[in-house]
Design a protein around this ligand. Structure first.
Ligand SMILES: *Cc1c(COP(=O)(O)O)cnc(C)c1O
Length: 399
């Protein structure tokens, strides 16, 4: 019997066994190494470790055995050669960008991004002299036209938050590679279960592990995955010296989260599909968006790059903000929160919360109008979810 994961195991097997290193006690579950540092047998051993002649651990800002298990498991799930786990999804996004651009470089990114992702590109990196162009991610010509001689990085999310539009990862990767730029995909909405960006040409994949990877509302985390060369040349030193790393305790929670990721995403997507079907024919619903249904305007692309739908549904209520608020306030089982990917179903009104910092024009351009509601479906029984939604819509109809 060996302790090593086999690279050809299927994802569900990797999610349970991948990356485990057992201590001398042979524990079944992953060990939690809640330590800052490591002791050396003698001065020569310390010297060898700092020289890189011995690959043992030095300091938990660099690497830690529990965090290392999480990174290795994520690599096996993603088909990446190396990874660094971070304290939050934003630490992953910021590090993945900041480690490879300098003043005078140019980033091309989709307009439809998680609010803080847009802030990092528009405000933070802008302060350091990094230029950017934002494009409609669905329009492949727009990506091509945005390329400049100093373009270094392409950045996108798909499906997008909150309107669940798609970006063709392969087509954007081809454009990026033609100009020697790298493509970063924020794969939070799809999860490693529903989309494999690296197989479609992405160079770097980032996650907020806070979402489906934990999936049970407990801790924040993130991860950056890529090939060995990119990590060695861009991320390795940046990560060691700026310190965005994940706590071993949170890494341990996330390792346990990964064990059930595939099951949860499958069930949550089934629930989402069920709810989307119901919403699509309801008289109070203007339009509903679900990538797994052929009513989605980009269904062909969904079929091409995603093996399943999504754990989220977005829909627009007739009656704008008043109707959306009445709907949220009438829900009982489904909780009001800006989070997503949780075992508990959650509802959000993007225009007044997650996307409030965008101008009205930007929101309109992205299709985030006042009637838009985002549902993240959890693990509850789908009949209970439907009856909660149905009774809330009845309240809206009477208002
Ligand atoms: C939540 C989220 C992030 C940020 O993750 P945190 O863990 O909250 O820092 C980044 N991108 C997307 C798409 C997200 O949904």
């Amino acid at each position: 019997m060996t302790n090593k994961a086999k690279p050809d195991w299927k994802p569900a097997t990797q999610a349970v066994h991948g990356g485990i290193t057992r201590s001398q006690f042979g524990e079944t579950s992953e060990a939690l190494y809640l330590t800052q540092g490591f002791v050396y047998d003698n001065a020569e051993a310390a010297e060898a470790r700092f020289n890189g002649e011995d690959d043992g651990f030095i300091y938990s800002r660099y690497a830690n055995p529990t965090v290392d298990m999480f990174e290795k498991r994520m690599c096996l799930l993603e088909g990446a050669q190396d990874a660094r786990a971070t304290a939050s999804g934003m630490a992953a996004v910021t590090s993945s960008l900041a480690c490879q651009v300098k003043a005078g470089d140019h980033i091309v990114a989709a307009k439809a991004l998680f609010g803080s992702n847009r802030w990092v590109i528009e405000n933070m990196l802008g302060n350091f002299g990094v230029e950017y162009t934002l494009v409609d991610g669905r329009n492949i010509e727009a990506w091509k036209n945005a390329v400049q001689p100093n373009t270094k990085v392409f950045f996108l999310e798909t499906p997008t938050n909150p309107t669940l539009e798609l970006v063709d990862i392969q087509a954007v990767a081809d454009i990026a590679h033609e100009c020697n730029a790298k493509l970063i995909v924020d794969n939070v909405f799809a999860t490693p279960v529903l989309q494999k960006p690296m197989e479609l040409g992405a160079d770097i994949v980032v996650y907020s592990a806070t979402k489906h990877i934990d999936g049970q509302g407990r801790c924040l985390g993130g991860v950056i995955l890529s090939d060995q060369e990119w990590v060695d040349e861009n991320l390795h030193d940046f990560f060691r010296h700026t310190g965005p790393g994940l706590s071993p305790f949170n890494a341990w929670v996330l390792l346990k989260g990964l064990e059930t990721l595939a099951l949860r995403v499958k069930q949550q997507s089934e629930n989402a599909s069920h709810v989307a079907t119901f919403l699509s024919s309801h008289k109070l619903v203007e339009r509903s968006m679900y990538p797994g249904h052929d009513t989605h305007p980009q269904f062909d692309l969904a079929e091409k790059q995603m093996p399943g739908g999504s754990t989220l549904v977005a829909f627009e209520l007739k009656g704008g903000k008043k109707a959306a608020f009445a709907f949220e306030n009438a829900l009982d089982l489904i909780k009001l929160s800006n989070n997503l990917g949780d075992a508990k179903s959650l509802v959000t009104h993007p225009a007044t919360t997650t996307h409030k910092s965008l101008s009205e024009e930007d929101r309109a351009e992205l299709g985030i109008n006042d009637g838009l509601v985002r549902l993240s479906l959890g693990l509850e029984d789908k009949e209970d979810l439907l009856s909660d939604i149905e009774q809330a819509l009845d309240v809206v109809a009477k208002a």
